[in-house]
Design a protein around this ligand. Structure first.
Ligand code: DUC
Ligand code: ZN
Ligand code: ZN
Ligand code: ZN
Length: 486
């Protein structure tokens, strides 16, 4: 035998090509592409199927404590199993710093959680909530050198938010270290003011979550984050964009030549604020931040995903069950401020986009591969090991049946949730065999690997984080920024 595994008679699809060819896999890597390949110890017949790069979900929350002390329902086992069943072979969740914690402790904790449980490969982004001199001066550079080359900051949430001064400190450190800054862009005081008015008028139902997290809170913070990044010439990645107004800010900055990147998520294509307006507390199932908007926003978000304004499509999987461990942790009738923010989406991320986007003829198949796998690999320093199909890449692949009809329901998903926001949605296309480093992870609707078989991925610094070198004139001439800070 020449190979550990051969996938025959399928069509491989990358961001640029679609080729009818076989894939030869040995020692976890793709070692041959072509026809007439030798025999494999195991063979898969992919006649009529598409062979896609395994997905990379670059935004998900796993075994993470929310800022109000609620634990996600998924641990690294259930999250990675669920991801795999949906065609994803790499996840990049967050290692979240709580104020006062050293980054080393944070990362060691998450590593210890993930290692014995994950069934697919994983990396981490940090969340920085306490940018002290020691954190910024010593700890962060050490973490970046260790392979955690991106981190998220927040402009809202009491326990997480940074003010503009702190954001500038963080951005200029990131510039020096060439790490990528991801930002949760919502105006804290707008949300706080609207929330207080709503609650004081007795309006606490879940639907008011979407009112308090106004589109203007999002677009203002998006504009401000971009302005701060421009001031210190640091690339910026805007996470979970929900509105046309925020998208407009991103587009404007991109057309001015700034290095601004962004992602959107399933909830902004498939949900609206109307979903929060349901009998009793049911709307809590759809509370996430930013919230889903309206049909017009959905259309705009689709447009941004298709035209390249968004580079990445992530789930923002933030799983809180509809019970006292999650959405109802504050009691059976919480007001919208007391409801944990987030929706699950690891498993449906790719299938729902494939069905509505590719089969729905909105989105080219190559663009689908790009936003779900290739671009996140490139932007987060995993390319070309992950995110494409070439000789020498890890054999992370999903064999998709483009005709399989699936009705999404909580019963068929593999996360540890008790609901899905997409219950009853009929879609076509599903990844039926999923392979990670040559190991068959999912086959015949069955999990084939043991817990703890995924590996940690030390990431490279990515070119996405390289400053453009175009400093605004006042900083360049007055501050001697390059000499002083670099
Ligand atoms: N931000 C996230 O990235 N995920 C869930 C909730 C939030 O505010
Ligand atoms: Zn966020
Ligand atoms: Zn603006
Ligand atoms: Zn998130």
């Amino acid at each position: 035998v020449s190979f550990d595994l051969v996938i025959r008679n399928g069509e491989t699809v990358t961001a640029t090509e679609k080729i009818r060819q076989d894939v030869g896999i040995k020692d976890g890597q793709i070692v041959a592409l072509g026809t007439g390949l030798g025999v494999g110890r195991k063979e898969i017949d992919a006649t009529g199927k598409l062979i896609l790069p395994g997905g990379i979900d670059a935004h998900c929350h796993v075994e993470q404590m929310s800022s109000s002390g609620i634990m996600t329902s998924d641990d690294f086992y259930s999250a990675s199993v669920s991801a795999a069943f949906g065609g994803t072979t790499t996840i990049i969740p967050f290692a979240a710093q709580h104020r006062g914690q050293s980054l080393r402790t944070v990362v060691d904790d998450y590593m210890a959680c993930a290692k014995p449980k994950a069934v697919i490969d994983y990396a981490f982004h940090l969340i920085i909530s306490d940018p002290t001199d020691a954190v910024m001066g010593q700890e962060l550079p050490a973490m970046i050198a260790d392979g955690i080359s991106s981190f998220k900051i927040y402009m809202t949430y009491d326990a997480l938010k940074l003010d503009d001064y702190e954001i500038l400190e963080v951005l200029s450190t990131a510039r020096k270290e060439e790490a990528l800054v991801m930002v949760h862009a919502e105006n804290h005081d707008v949300i706080r003011w609207l929330s207080e008015k709503l609650l004081s008028q007795g309006n606490g139902d879940p639907k008011y979550h979407a009112v308090s997290h106004s589109r203007i809170a999002e677009s203002e913070a998006t504009h401000r984050a971009i302005a701060l990044a421009e001031l210190v010439d640091t690339p910026l990645f805007i996470v979970h964009v929900s509105s046309e107004e925020a998208l407009d800010e991103i587009r404007r900055s991109q057309s001015r030549g700034l290095k601004v990147m962004a992602e959107t998520c399933p909830q902004y294509l498939f949900l609206t604020a109307k979903d929060l307006d349901k009998e009793g507390m049911v709307g809590a199932k759809f509370c996430c931040s930013p919230p889903p908007r309206d049909e017009k926003a959905q259309e705009a978000i689709w447009e941004g995903l298709i035209d390249g304004s968004f580079q990445v499509f992530s789930s923002d999987h933030a799983p809180y069950r509809f019970d006292e461990t999650g959405k109802l942790a504050a009691g059976p009738n919480p007001n919208f401020k007391q409801i944990a923010n987030g929706v699950p989406g690891l498993e449906i991320r790719m299938p729902m986009l494939f069905s509505a986007g590719v089969l729905g003829k909105r989105m080219d198949l190559h663009r689908f591969v790009e936003v779900t796998a290739t671009n996140p690999a490139k932007i987060y320093g995993l390319y070309p090991r992950k995110g494409t199909i070439e000789v020498g890449c890890d054999a992370d692949l999903a064999v998709w049946d483009p005709e399989k009809e699936v009705r999404i329901s909580i019963d068929m998903l593999h996360d540890n949730m008790d609901y899905t926001p997409y219950e009853g949605t009929e879609i076509t296309g599903w990844p039926e065999t999923v392979i990670s480093r040559g190991r068959i992870v999912v086959e015949d609707n069955d999990l084939k690997v043991d817990r703890g078989t995924g590996v940690y991925l030390k990431r490279e610094r990515s070119s996405a984080a390289k400053p453009s070198g175009n400093l605004v004139p006042e900083v360049n001439s007055q501050l001697n920024f390059n000499a002083k800070i670099l």
